[in-house]
Design a protein around this ligand. Structure first.
Ligand code: PA5
Length: 435
């Protein structure tokens, strides 16, 4: 279960929210049905389309083979090609699973060398995930890692490499030629919406995560938000609240939690909203708050700085761990904690933060029952659907990313992609240097 709590809902806001909810109802109906104009991007709307029983069985078999033979599994991918998997793996990875190493998300030679050091002497399998095999970061890393694999495993190398790419692409051809395992990157799902496809599910399964539970969570959320009417529809309410706060002038949304296990989930959520909504000079800038740590840094700005942000807390209801503080004979002024459980102390910090922050800025909480695969599945579908709705309300295309393409074009120009072997032109962005 996922529920939404609005903390400081004034009468004026209630009135305005009702107006927004009333006015946008046709958009909810369109999103539920899936619009023909987005047919090439809505493959995620029905979870079963790319996560049916047969697909899950194939992924489980492949993951089992990798788990039995690998010390480490290298996930090569950037943005939508690694964020979903990483968010669940870093939260729920099983102790007995191979180490998961990330590559293809940096061009730093130092970081690449560290990554290569990590794989040395280990039994390695890898999955290179790229919808468009032109993307520089994964493409360049794949070349380096492929050479490492060929040097290390000789003829066996191909069996240890998986490529997740578009059917019929040059990537698939490379795969067939070299004997790598090929998995289809859905043609009708953009990177940031691929959690419930081969892209997200294989690496998660390798890390020992129950991908059937995850898919079940997504399917249950899908049933819920595509059936419910506007006034009880949680995704629609969240999208309308964002729209209300945007209209009030709040331009930043902070997703905050007191559970460090959400660290990489924030990254996935940030990409989803920033890349989907931030266009045509519109959009809410998504940021993350890792509490309680960051209450001692950005907490100052939230409470007291420019009133630009609203806060969405991510809270977990069911107790998943316990650590009780024992009394101590030494006087350290912390006796008020004697016998208290960190679970309750952490919850007290959450309630105190909501009480303090909601005096200054709009705050809401999304509460999940538990921090497990099923609820990650619920969260993925919930946010994807809400993001689609939010973009429709904002009047922007939820599934393209023209801004990212602009950077890519400049990179290709700088690296002389069209003129193989040309020198790197590192300073295309001229500026005034102040010494
Ligand atoms: O969501 C998106 O579409 C993007 O963030 C892509 O996932 C990202 O740019 C990586 O693209 P590709 O898989 O083509 O390398």
């Amino acid at each position: 279960m996922l529920s939404l709590v609005i903390h400081n809902h004034t009468e004026v806001r209630k009135e305005k929210l009702n107006q927004i909810m009333g006015a946008n109802e046709p958009l909810l109906d369109e999103a539920k049905a899936g619009e023909a104009c987005y047919a090439d991007s809505l493959g995620w709307l029905d979870t079963e389309e790319w996560a049916d029983n047969q697909t899950l069985a194939r992924l489980e078999t492949l993951a089992k083979e990798i788990r039995e033979n690998a010390d480490a599994f290298v996930l090569i991918g950037v943005g939508g090609s690694n964020n979903a998997a990483r968010s669940v793996i870093e939260a729920l990875r099983k102790e007995d699973a191979p180490e998961i190493i990330y590559a293809g998300n940096t061009l730093s030679p130092d970081a690449m060398r560290r990554m290569l050091k990590k794989i040395e002497g280990k039994s390695i399998y890898l999955d290179c995930i790229a919808k468009n095999f032109e993307t520089l970061e994964p493409g360049a890393s794949f070349r380096v890692l492929r050479q490492y694999m060929e040097k290390t495993y000789g003829e066996e190398a191909g069996k240890r490499m998986i490529a997740t790419g578009t059917a019929g692409s040059s990537f698939e051809q490379l795969c067939t030629k070299c004997g790598y395992t090929f998995l289809e990157f859905p043609f009708n799902v953009g990177g940031r919406y691929t959690a419930m496809t081969n892209v997200g599910l294989l690496p998660m399964a390798v890390a020992g995560i129950d991908i059937r539970e995850l898919v079940e969570g997504a399917k249950d959320m899908q049933k819920r938000v595509r059936a419910q009417e506007a006034d009880e529809n949680i995704a629609y309410q969240y999208a309308c609240l964002r729209n209300l706060y945007y209209k009030e002038g709040y331009r930043v949304e902070m997703l905050a939690s007191f559970e460090p296990q959400f660290r990489y989930f924030y990254k996935w959520w940030i990409q989803l909203f920033a890349e989907s909504e931030g266009k045509d000079n519109k959009g809410i800038f998504p940021v993350a708050g890792e509490f309680s740590e960051e209450l001692h840094s950005v907490g100052q700005f939230i409470q007291d700085g420019s009133p630009i942000l609203f806060e969405t807390f991510l809270d977990v209801a069911q107790k998943n761990a316990s650590l009780v503080i024992e009394p101590d004979t030494k006087e350290d002024d912390f006796d008020y904690l004697n016998g208290k459980d960190f679970w309750d102390i952490n919850k007290a910090a959450y309630h105190a933060t909501v009480a303090a922050h909601s005096k200054k800025l709009p705050c809401m909480t999304l509460e999940v029952d538990a921090l497990d695969a099923y609820h990650f599945g619920q969260l993925f579908y919930f946010f994807q659907f809400a993001c689609y709705l939010s973009c429709k309300m904002m009047g922007v295309h939820a599934f393209d990313q023209p801004g990212v393409e602009a950077y890519k074009k400049q990179m290709f120009k700088a690296l002389g992609k069209e003129r193989i072997g040309a020198n790197v032109c590192v300073n295309i962005a001229q500026g005034l240097r102040i010494k």
